[in-house]
Ligand binder design. Structure first.
Ligand code: MN3
Length: 203
């Protein structure tokens, strides 16, 4: 079964004025679709046919001759996860998740500062993440390009794409403003909580 573009879980203008329909038309309709097309071309007729995106990512990470496959499959996973990490309606952080953020970061504000700082200091393209480790502790991570904390033993709870294509039409060079809007207005905390409980995302 080849990979296919997931439908956005909201209308393409539902996150305006923060993320415009025009951004989604390029980011979801062109960039994400291109990663899927390239991944499917590379997978067809190989041992990876029929494998999940997560299985392929973990199997090929760090292999120089599979860098292109890693990049395109990981970007398919990362983007599918990112669409779900956004909410068209501003959400309060659920009490159960809030308690865990306070436990591991000291306060919700400290977590937000660490997250926006991670995304803001990722030089060039990449991602900011809220993840959980094997012992159940929450961490903020940043990764470059297509890289994902999945391959370092972490389970992602929430992500923000900080490639320029994610925000440039709406924010131009103001990546910190995009990240502040993400943590204060756009983040889907219910999705993060589902992932925390192990009821979340699989691809
Ligand atoms: Mn992107």
């Amino acid at each position: 079964m080849a990979f296919s573009l997931p439908t956005l879980p909201y209308a393409d203008n539902a996150l305006e004025p923060h993320i415009s329909a025009q951004t989604f038309s390029f980011h979801h309709g062109k960039h994400h679709q291109a990663y899927i097309n390239k991944a499917n071309d590379m997978i067809a007729g190989t041992e990876f046919e029929g494998k999940s995106a997560e299985e392929i990512i973990k199997a090929v990470v760090g292999k120089a001759d599979k860098q292109g496959l890693f990049n395109n499959v990981a970007q398919h996973w990362n983007h599918s996860f990112f669409w779900e990490s956004l909410s068209p309606v501003k959400q309060e952080i659920p009490a159960e998740l809030e308690a865990r953020l306070i436990e591991d970061f000291g306060s919700v504000e400290s977590f937000k500062t660490e997250f926006t700082s991670a995304g803001g200091t990722q030089f060039g393209s990449g991602w900011a993440w809220l993840v959980i480790d094997e012992t159940g502790k929450l961490h903020v991570k940043k990764t470059a390009n297509a890289n994902t904390p999945l391959t370092d033993g972490f389970k992602p709870l929430l992500t923000c794409d900080v490639w320029e294509h994610a925000y440039y039409l709406d924010y131009q060079n103001r990546r910190p403003d995009f990240l502040n809007d993400f943590v204060n207005t756009l983040a889907n905390w219910e999705f993060a909580l589902k992932n925390l409980k192990g009821e979340g995302f699989k691809l």
